[in-house]
Design a protein around this ligand. Sequence first.
Ligand code: ATP
Ligand code: MG
Length: 437
Amino acid sequence: MERLQAVKGMNDLLPPESAKWQFVETRARALLEAYGYREVRTPLVEPTTLFARAIGVATDIVEKEMYTFTDRDGSSLTLRPEGTAGAVRAYLEHQVAGREGHTRWYYSGPMYRHERAQKGRYRQFFQIGAEALNQPEPTVDAEMIAMLAQLFTALGIDDVDVLVNCVGGAEDRPKYMAALRAYLEAPGPDGAPRLSRLSETSQRRLDKNPLRILDSKDPTDIALTAEAPSILDHLGDASKAHFDAVLATLRELGVKFTVDARLVRGLDYYTGTVFEVRGRGPGLGAQNALCGGGRYDALVETLGGAGKTPAVGFAFGVERVVASIPGEPASFAQAPELCLVSHGDAARRFNLALAQELRGRGYRVDVDHRSASMKSQMKRADKLGARFVGVLGEDELQKGILMLRDMGAGEQRPVTRAEVEPALAAARISPTVKQEA
Ligand code: ATP
Ligand code: MG
């Protein structure tokens, strides 16, 4: 029989690794909520035209990475490759702008891109992202970047680079494109026009979106564009003032960052400020981009919005962020607070009822269901990392007590059923074994 396997580039997430993911998700949600972002959930499947219009037809994603299929009624659908397009569609479809002056949303979920699968690059991957809609102020860009810096610190990831740039708006781009094109058409050191040696992809992009040539990973392209004119020298007054204000606010907020004039992003919708957070940790390999984002002041209009709706957003890759966090996955898991072990049927039934009651009060309690030896049950409790073990033999059952062993302190004492909960509660207040994540 054919062996059943997950689709290439799509991963199962098993415990204890999932505990590390939950740690990231919990911290991220808490911080996003603290900054006033509220969760939005949009479908995994959208009409293909949404992504073609939002992301741009001359991008890697739309050109070759989308999971597109024909629905039964003949319409073309696509598994979402990113979250912003769907969020903006929902924002327009539900006329959110009419109900609130500005909108702060975040999302979390799987994205799909048919990329070359490798470490840190998958075909199904998870992003947590946020969008601040109808917020033109440069302080919004800076606040978002500061929030990200705070998030990486809260996750225990210290070794990151925060890169920022401004790719200009519709007013600035044509001037810069012309300068970049002139540079590429001019002869290089070997006398031939530089563009004649550009990679095939970059040559193709020259007409549609020359900015993306700066994003090429091809070594020849990188060398050829090393001395290219800088977008930052071609910004109009409005863009320049906005970008300067972003940088000044970042400094005021104490965010460490680097201005990288070559930073552009893989989606066409970005205007103005763009940023990326790169990791330096050993767990990442070549895929060191943890988070990307920027302003997209024209996207809402492009997708049918009535008026100008400037916005800024980001998304980070959960797999890459998890890989950057030091520590064994198991150390992020929540161990039981109490393991109940027993000798004899009656004792086990008593334990089941006690466990049920304590779980109902919010405690994490494990019951050993086996009629195994006390030694083997204790071994299992120890392996689970329980703070307390409650030992109930026939003798204790007769006396109406159980032996409560504090695994951290290595002490045990007899307690009545009613005394178990206070003991667990006290341990929560002063954890001596392991600090809870
Ligand atoms: P890269 O340059 O690594 O391809 P990107 O510019 O395509 O990244 P975005 O579309 O901005 O990335 O997505 C934001 C984040 O999502 C990235 O910084 C990365 O952490 C993560 N990400 C993007 N594509 C993948 C993928 N195929 N597998 C895992 N994570 C991904
Ligand atoms: Mg990419």
